[in-house]
Design a protein around this ligand. Structure first.
Ligand code: CMP
Length: 426
């Protein structure tokens, strides 16, 4: 019944990447994710400050306990060095006398602001990965409480590993020649931690989950771009500049900007992960709207002009005279007529009655799906035709994805229903 398609030249993977990037950026803007990134960075700053206070307080406490033991003192010194607390103090995060500040108030702000931070991230993910199903109440309340301790534990493990590695190197336990290897290992370890966190977020946070493999790949992209951001930041953004511009507040502004860009990247890659499954839906939307002559600009027409992939996935070529849809059938597939012409008939007591013509760029077979009924008419190919056969779940996604397209489908449905009523009076 089907014949191989004579396909137009394709832009291949590059074209697909272009469509993915376009879909991602469009949804990113539509969802206002830059505002979510700003809010998350703000909550991050709120929760990072008391956390660092508590951390430095804990270190000082440990230091005073370890004061009597030489190896413990060396380890503590290495720890202090590795945690770069001097730098944090220079950033303006930690007052030099922190004992007083790390009080119950610090703890309270930490708990509150970290809850806001988790809420901000969850909120943004809820928008990026829309789903009609409600999040489980227990999960949504327990998660914020569990996630942060787990995160802190992971950060603690990462810091300890770094300290241990450099402690071993500095004291010549494993030879100075290995110091560089250890340094590389350190960075790799930090990278692995970031990747693990991102992977967990991309894989578990969306209510409709992507496959672990895809989530892992996008987490890798996100970690790499975060690494790049860190490199750029340390090269081009200087704390001194911010200090001379904003005085004592310079450090806060500096960290806020860094956090803002980091969360932008976190959400951008999450949006790309969502769009990964949606690039075809956007391409179908553009194709249908182009058929109606509206809704697509020049750039969009270029990016989505290559429809080979859609034809490969959904395309069918049928000979003239082929009956594509039989009135009264139970099937629900809808069709987009890419090339050729078809005729629509309705059975009446007086024999088949011609209802209308279908031409290139028209959608049909949508009524059974929308009305949840049997096929309302018979459709026969008048010439050889090429169609895209779209299963109901694709139609569902398309209509949820695009308001202009839904509107167009509803308009057509109304016209056809009216025509059918006229053809079948009483
Ligand atoms: N008057 C019409 N003009 C063009 N197509 C029609 C008309 N009436 C019905 N159809 C299409 O014929 C299809 C038959 O299957 P469906 O009922 O799923 O969906 C129907 C419509 O898409």
């Amino acid at each position: 019944m089907f014949r191989n398609l004579a396909l137009p030249p394709t832009r291949g993977t590059l074209g697909w990447l272009l469509q993915l990037a376009y879909t991602t950026l469009r949804l990113f803007g539509q969802n206002g994710l830059q505002n979510h990134a700003a809010a998350t960075a703000f909550y991050f700053l709120l929760s990072a400050t008391p956390l660092l206070l508590l951390l430095s307080y804990a270190l000082q406490l440990l230091g005073s306990i370890a004061a009597d033991s030489v190896p413990a003192t060396i380890l503590m010194a290495a720890l202090y060095d590795q945690m770069q607390l001097e730098n944090l103090a220079a950033l303006g995060f930690i007052a030099r006398q922190t004992q007083l500040a790390a009080s119950g108030v610090g703890l309270l702000t930490l708990v509150l602001s970290s809850r806001w931070l988790v809420n901000a991230v969850q909120g943004a993910f809820g928008i990026i990965f829309p789903s009609p199903s409600k999040r489980n109440l227990v999960v949504s309340w327990v998660l914020p409480l569990i996630i942060l301790p787990v995160l802190f534990l992971l950060m603690g493990i990462a810091a300890l590993a770094q300290v241990t590695l450099s402690f071993l190197a500095q004291n010549n336990f494993i030879g100075t020649g290995n110091a560089q290897v250890l340094q590389a290992l350190n960075s790799l370890f930090a990278f692995a931690m970031v990747w693990t966190l991102l992977f967990a977020a991309y894989w578990r946070l969306p209510r409709r989950r992507a496959s672990a493999r895809v989530a892992a790949a996008f987490a890798l992209g996100a970690s790499m771009s975060l690494g790049l951001l860190l490199m750029l930041f340390s090269t081009f953004f200087k704390l001194e500049n911010y200090n001379s511009l904003y005085g004592a507040l310079g450090g806060v502004v500096f960290v806020l900007i860094g956090a803002y860009f980091s969360f932008l990247l976190l959400y951008l890659w999450a949006q790309a992960l969502y769009s990964y499954g949606k690039a075809d839906i956007t391409a179908l939307e553009k194709l249908f709207l182009a058929g109606s002559g509206k809704g697509t600009g020049k750039v969009e027409a270029y990016i989505f002009g290559d429809i080979q992939r859609l034809l490969e996935i959904y395309g069918q070529v049928l000979p003239a005279g082929h009956t594509l849809i039989e009135e009264g059938d139970d099937s629900r597939t809808a069709y987009f007529l890419h090339a050729g012409r078809a005729r629509v008939y309705k059975n009446t007591p007086d024999g088949p009655r011609h209802l209308g013509e279908l031409n290139e760029g028209q959608l049909f077979g949508e009524m059974a799906y929308l009305l949840n009924e049997k096929r309302t008419a018979t459709v026969v190919a008048e010439t050889e035709i090429t169609v895209l056969a779209l299963p109901p779940q694709i139609m569902e996604e398309l209509m949820r994805h695009s308001a202009p397209l839904s509107r167009r489908i509803i308009d057509t449905l109304c016209q056809r229903l009216e025509r059918m009523n006229l053809a079948n009076p009483g």
